[in-house]
Design a protein around this ligand. Structure first.
Ligand code: 13P
Length: 261
């Protein structure tokens, strides 16, 4: 049974009070839907508020996540948050290697690998973001770029194979990949479902070859109420990672309920 994942990346929006009001409205308007999970990647300052709001009344379809963590568990890294600190604030997952981290903050493939390891060590589910730039796509390098990003971040599959404790193994089993073409993020341009499926198939083949056939692969980049149904109709797409269209609780509720009975 396909379990669809709807992930909201709030980026640098929604402080603690706004997050509380958002979750109150969302929980009121969006009852749990069979076979669907909704994850919220909140700014660090709002993480605790979101984690608290998703926990109440035994809902297990909702989860709070961080947008970024440092690779060290603690230390003199002013302005950073670690995996264990995110866990203390209530996070159960974290984005790793979002294209804005890579493009605007110079995050390297090697750093994403260290962050995936750090997330797993803290028991956080990494949502590893990969995707090509427009010029890479135009030079027909999409699959090469995406598989290089996967190979580095997951240490060519070694991240999954390594012997780990129970907490880490549980997180390894739940690793999520998000394919987000850089040219589609925040631009209103998005990949056609067929384009997305083509890349998702390549990602899935790569994962299957390394013993991860059931890893979920999300699509992200200008997903909205108008295009989400056709993306989800594609069996290769296990869910969506959404920025702009997740910022308003009523729009996000409608998006999460798309096609639900
Ligand atoms: P938009 O949905 O605003 O294009 O952002 C996508 C994204 O970067 C989600 O992580």
């Amino acid at each position: 049974v396909r379990r669809l994942l709807f992930a909201a990346n709030w980026k640098m929006h929604l402080g603690p009070d706004e997050a509380r009001a958002y979750l109150k409205a969302f929980r009121r308007d969006c009852a749990p839907i069979e076979g669907r999970e909704v994850w919220f990647f909140a700014p660090a300052v709002s993480l605790e508020a979101v984690a608290h709001a998703v926990r109440g009344e035994g809902r297990d379809d909702l989860l709070a996540g961080a947008q970024n963590i440092h690779w060290e568990p603690k230390g003199a890294f002013t302005g950073e948050i670690s995996g264990p600190l995110a866990v203390q604030a209530g996070a159960r997952a974290t984005l790793v290697g979002h294209s804005e981290r890579r493009q605007l903050f110079g995050e390297t493939d090697e750093q994403t690998a260290r962050k995936v390891d750090a997330a797993l060590n803290a028991g956080l589910v990494p949502v590893l973001c990969v995707g090509e730039t427009l010029s890479e796509r135009e030079r027909d390098q999409t699959i090469a770029v995406v598989t290089r990003q996967l190979a580095t971040a997951l240490r060519d599959g070694g991240t999954v194979a390594g012997g780990r404790g129970t907490k880490e193994s549980a997180a390894v089993a739940r690793i999520v990949i998000a394919y987000e073409p850089v040219w589609a993020i925040g631009t209103g341009r998005n990949a056609t479902p067929a384009d997305a499926a083509h890349v998702h198939r390549a990602i899935r083949r790569w994962l299957s070859d390394r013993g991860m056939p059931t890893t979920r692969v999300l699509y992200g980049g200008s997903v909205n109420l108008k295009n989400v149904a056709e993306l989800l109709a594609e069996p290769e797409v296990d869910g969506v990672l959404v920025g702009g269209a997740s910022l308003d609780p009523s729009g996000w509720t409608a998006l999460v309920r798309t096609g639900a009975p």
